[in-house]
Design a protein. Structure first.
Lengths: 318, 318
DNA sequence: CGTCCGCACAACCGATGGTTGTGACTCGCC
DNA sequence: GGCGAGTCACAACCATCGGTTGTGCGGACG
């Protein structure tokens, strides 16, 4: 099916005349006629009844029209998503089920019509991420750069929002039935967070966490994928892991796992946003504002030493 | 843009190999390669990075993919909407802003994924509507047939739901500030309902209404369109009209018009559904069930004499 | 280092989709 | 009633497209 034919159909249906649609689309009336005829042949129905002063939708045509519109707008959105120059807002996240992506999805649902694309850079090197922001391949990234001194002058990093941690355990774990937990209650339990690259910001985060609260955080070992991790958690009576409260790596139905909030103090992983200093994408402003509207964490919340300062000045005072 | 190319892109992205996508789509690997290349040429971006063991999405490809999926599903839905034989549920309504269409829209929103098409037969003769139902052009129609004896044996008419009436007035009308009204309060006021064909069920409805409550209902005169009616109402200090509470012929912003519910008794127009007696469309059952779930009207509600009996037996007893 | 595997290019060819020119038809007006 | 002005459809023509088969290139892997 040719999307130009669909577009012609939509315009012809709206204008009631092939001629007018043809003028608008910059082709001859005959071309539109053939496009419609081709559509009708492909679909094996008549879409229009031809009259002496134009065309009128048949019942099939009426049924087809809204779907045709959705196809046309879908195509337009698709093109807008990648058109160099003025394209949709494109933000890099670590994974499509991460808290970052979940919050972006929330934003998108509360702002219908926003052309927002969430992508995942297939690189681990923070410098490559910065380069992608610099080059304009992406408009912003949630990857953190631990040493702000390494940032080029034309790229900046700001605090996005804090992601509070929860303990994720299987039903046989001794803490499985707790409603909330304090960090000190985790002391004697093994916490396994696989797939953390040594030297990364996450490794440092868990290092500080283990030191400050005297925890046994085992961040070594390869990551065999979430499925394997979840399987192990579900069966184990002594292994637990930490996840962001907004992460959606698991479904409620899987494995009978429990999420237990951690409080007094809340433990938060500070998520940052890397974006170009000059001419950021115009849609980015609203996304950052959306972060500010998320439920704030308690003032006692623990954060790692390198947590960027949160912006308190720009909060709207309604 | 060729939708088959888009489909190929989606499958190739999902499978990671052009070869597999080609096998699935029943074409050669080269054809898929050319389709993708054509897409890339048309969009002027690279969608895939070619590797030795397949293809991998570029950032642009990642951004494009969800939109491409939506185009493909849109095309599939469009085709399903009109495929002869097993096509989407198609229901005829009087107007796309009528209570009928509004309720169908509600149903559709609460049942995502339903292939439901709302169309408007361009005829006034009820016999033509019945013929369309008989022929299978539409699966059901909200048009009423006043004399059930004229219905062919293989078509039946059932009660759909009752549409309670509201008074629609401009700001200068003496009743404009009432929160609710009883029919007796309307007695001295002129009620104008233009565009009612003599002899139609609507004419009879307003006749009975005027008789039973001693009202001045002026159903004569041509209908110059809703815009004209609304303009007149907005300016007039003595003309009002009646609308269904679910009708959406007006926006809240237009003209500063007020909708005033009528109670003690509530006045209801009974909407019926004409459908084939044998083998109705399978999706119709759920729609009819949805009608039953609408908020019921008070038992004192007034209805015209020909109101079909409401089904009370089939209500689920949960 | 050779083999395998996957994608791209070339050559070919029928189908497609655009154009211009023309015909059939309806409506409205003289 | 006939004629003009409007519509859409059909015919002829032609460039391009989109499919095929055959082949080449290059990375991954044993």
């Amino acid at each position: 099916m040719d999307t130009e034919a669909v577009r012609s159909f939509v315009r012809a249906a709206e204008l009631g005349q092939l001629q007018h649609a043809a003028d608008e689309l910059g082709v001859t009336q005959q071309a539109v006629s053939k496009r419609i005829a081709a559509l009708e042949r492909e679909l094996d129905v008549r879409l229009f009844t031809r009259t002496a002063r134009g065309v009128e939708l048949t019942l099939d045509g009426q049924a087809f029209l809204p779907h045709a519109r959705s196809v046309v707008t879908g195509v337009d959105r698709a093109v807008a998503a990648i058109r160099p120059g003025s394209r949709a807002l494109r933000i890099d996240v670590l994974g499509l089920r991460s808290a970052q992506a979940v919050v972006l999805h929330d934003y998108w649902r509360s702002h219908p019509g926003t052309d927002l694309d969430v992508v995942t850079l297939r690189v681990n090197d923070p410098r490559a991420v910065v380069a992608a922001v610099q080059a304009g391949d992406i408009d912003a990234s949630f990857r953190s750069v631990t040493d702000p001194a390494t940032l080029p002058r034309d790229v900046r990093m700001i605090h996005a929002f804090d992601s509070p941690l929860e303990l994720l355990v299987g039903p046989r774990h001794p803490l499985a039935s707790a409603r909330t937990l304090t960090p000190s209650q985790l002391r004697q339990h093994r916490i396994w967070v696989p797939g953390i690259a040594p030297g990364s910001e996450w490794a440092d985060f868990y290092d500080q966490l283990a030191t400050d609260f005297d925890l046994r955080v085992d961040a070594a070992g390869p990551n065999f994928g979430n499925e394997v991790l979840l399987d192990i958690l579900a069966d184990s009576a002594d292994v637990a892991t930490l996840v962001g409260s907004r992460d959606r790596y698991i479904w409620p139905t899987n494995h009978d796992l429990r999420r237990i909030p951690i409080v007094n103090p809340t433990l938060a992983y500070p998520l940052s946003l890397v974006l170009p200093r000059a001419n950021p994408h115009p849609g980015l402003r609203a996304v950052i504002d959306h972060f500010a509207s998320l439920a704030p964490l308690p003032p006692t919340t623990w954060r790692p030493s390198w947590a960027p300062p949160r912006e308190t000045t720009e909060r709207p005072r309604r």
